[in-house]
Design a protein around this ligand. Structure first.
Ligand code: ATR
Length: 275
């Protein structure tokens, strides 16, 4: 019987998840489909009931439902609890369990480019204080990094530092982040600044960047943001967001099927579909 997976979000626009998932299933020889459901916040309750009735095996959740979905689930796991958000729902013995693969997906992409594959005690600067920053900070906390968070709206960075006060974390103003940039091992942009179509923008000035700092951007469209291009020109190691996107999807598939999909094949398909 064909297994049914999917994605709920609004607006879904040109989501790359369906082509990425279906490429993975094909490569795995898995008889499954992945459908995108554009569901407005008002329709969420009805949509969930319909999906349950249809016997859907599992689904991904994206903006704006990552928090609201929690009310409709039987249980959420530790990662989802810590982030206050769910991106993957798994049907286990008739119970709907919410998980979040964003943090582990990000770490899986970052660790291979970090020396010793360890972030313990490393100084990491996170730019942004939205949902993506939460996932990254939770991930960095699991790796015992020393975190600074900085955001255009400074109060939101402070709120995030409060929320994660069990970690080694401080909120700092953006001008301080720029002037102390040379002290960080990793710089991570979690904001949408530089995303297609506004590709010339950068979230932070890199004048004080030292060459050993890894510069990471969660954006993958464009494939290399202005921030990454400048860092590359300066001779820094860079990491774009495609790895995180592919890994969070691959980890969802692992939760649903117990099998490991081919991440290279998934990445190839996503790249092919970038504007
Ligand atoms: P996501 O879930 O993708 O993180 P979000 O919760 O809307 O999205 O958060 C967007 C982040 O990008 C925020 O940190 C936001 O900064 P503010 O808190 O000041 O709004 C940041 N951001 C978006 N547009 C920005 C811009 N033009 N300049 C600086 N920061 C921006």
């Amino acid at each position: 019987m064909t297994r049914q997976f999917g994605l709920i979000g609004h607006p879904l626009g040109h989501s790359k998840s369906p082509v990425m998932h279906e490429a993975a299933y094909k490569d795995m020889g898995l008889d499954a489909v992945y459908c995108a459901y554009d569901i407005s916040p008002q329709e969420l309750g009805n949509a969930i009931r319909t999906m349950k009735a249809q016997g859907i095996d599992g689904f991904n959740v994206t903006i704006p439902h990552k928090v609201a979905i929690i009310d409709y689930l039987d249980e959420i796991d530790e990662d989802a609890e810590a982030m206050g958000a769910v991106n993957t729902v798994v049907c286990q013995d008739g119970r709907w369990v919410g998980k979040n693969t964003d943090a582990d997906g990000y770490i899986e992409s970052l660790l291979p480019v970090v020396s010793d594959q360890s972030l313990t005690g490393r100084r990491v600067l996170v730019i942004g204080a939205g949902g993506a920053a939460r996932a990254v900070i939770h991930a960095l906390g699991k790796q015992r990094a020393t975190i600074s968070v900085s955001n255009r709206t400074a109060e939101k960075a402070q709120e995030l530092a409060q929320l994660f006060s069990h970690l080694t974390i401080e909120a700092i103003p953006l001008n301080e982040a720029e002037s102390t940039l040379g002290t960080y091992d990793v710089l991570i942009n979690t904001t949408s600044v530089g995303m297609y179509p506004d590709t010339s923008k950068q979230p932070i000035a890199l004048d004080r960047l030292k060459q050993a700092t890894i510069v990471s951007d969660l954006i993958y469209n464009p494939y290399e943001t202005a921030l990454l291009q400048e860092a590359k020109q300066r001779g820094n190691r860079i990491l774009n967001g495609i790895g995180m996107f592919v890994n969070q999807g691959a980890l969802s598939i692992e939760h649903w099927t117990g099998r490991k999909p081919n991440r290279k094949c998934m990445e190839r398909v996503v790249r092919m579909h970038l504007t």
